[in-house]
Design a protein. Sequence first.
Length: 509
Amino acid sequence: MDKRFYITTPIYYVNDKPHIGHAYTTLACDALARFQRLDGKNVKFLTGTDEHGQKVEEAANKAGIDPQSFTDSVSQNFQDLAVRMNFSNDEFIRTTSARHKATCQKLWNILIEKGHIYLGKYAGWYSVRDEAYYTETEIVDGKAPTGAPVEWVEEPSYFFDLSKWQDKLLAFYEANPDFVAPSSRFNEIKSFVSGGLKDLSVSRASFKWGVPVPNDDDHVMYVWLDALTNYLTATGWLDDDAGYKDHWPADVHMVGKDIVRFHAVYWPAFLMAADLPLPKRVYAHGWWTNEGQKISKSVGNVIDPHALVDEFGLDQTRYFLLREVPFGNDGDFARSAMIQRINSDLANDLGNLSNRVQSLIVKNLEGVHPDMPSAPTADDRELLEACDGLLSSVRTSFSQQQFHEGLKAIWEVISRANRYVDNQAPWALKKTDPPRMAEVLAVLMETIRTCAILVQPVMPQSANSLLDQLKVPSDKRDFAAIGGARRDDLPVHIEKPQAVFPRFVEAEE
Ligand code: ME8
């Protein structure tokens, strides 16, 4: 098994505060990074901020602050969010760092040496909001296809010979059918590339806030060449150190659907041109709307992730975002759906199950963890087999970034356990058959232990509280601890449980 795993988020523009969309992408990466660590991989999880370009320069000007101080403060908001959301990124990269700038210049020099960059003149449309060039045919009613305003730009520019990479890109897509997911996004990319590629302007000469082009003070690099290179910077490619060889190519670049073209066309073309290995996968997730409406500053309906955590709780928010919407689809944030998930999936299905079972053990067995049945019944076996099969199905779902499917599979076992507890009625067995009651509680404890281990990537704090209650030692919480052979090492004595997943009650008006 390949033991290393490198996952990246987009680096976010520091023109504004982070919102739910930014939190969502990084959360998905965090869940996957945590999953892979628990599954025995050596993980590198990178996030950071994209601090150059005209959009950031304009935002700084508007705030009346020099761009560096402005980016320092806005980048800090993203770093604070990562702490607040309990993201486990190994590194937070900033594109204004000296090391990153030097890495961009190294890549640039290689592309120059290999003859893939030449000086010319750009005349065409540019959207500052998208930091993207658009052709005449892409303009709709005087706007970018994304709806962003465009301006006419004419300036000297360096170009990357993107047009020469069409066939190689198509051949690469053909040979790597999992390179872009979901497949609908991959089809869009293939048809875009099949339609022909124009050389790409990779420098700007009308402002200064960017990585200087080597040997030409009049130009700064196009912000996307600079930004994409962050994935290499973080590996130590600049100094060719061991980290680079250990971690490149990336296993997953997680992005939103708005920026898949940059990651699935431009980035592989730059890398091929520099003779560097290509990332294994680009996953483009969908967009969140708020109660059915597009999220936008002008509508005033931007969802602040801090506010969600304040009101609903951290793990509740994390669970909702990954469970509610099939990953890859667009999703709508509805308060009622959030409350439903908290009260039904978390408080009732998992929280009550675990409280009920532990309380019965405390009450009826003096807190002593019962032994597994020596001769399990068909019902016992059915539930235990469902538990033991769970890791492999959740692993498949997570490795395809289908987080909602993985969570659904866990909750199917939790529902099964709830049916089992009702059918077996351990509270009644207390009077009629105490040894059988103990067996039933042992099977249920095993189910709760398995599910608690498996929900750690999505709800790390709550899962830990649950595993603390079950007295599972901290070195027995990884995925190697799941399954038949491992359940016998279980601890001995538990105490009266506290609710880990409280119900959400709407505050009185
Ligand atoms: O594009 N729903 O940065 P950015 C879901 N700097 N995700 C959303 C979202 C929404 N409503 N809004 C934003 C950039 N996102 C570049 C990236 S990478 C080398 C450079 C998420 O600040 C989603 O992941 O505009 C999207 O791709 C990203 O934020 C865009 O962030």
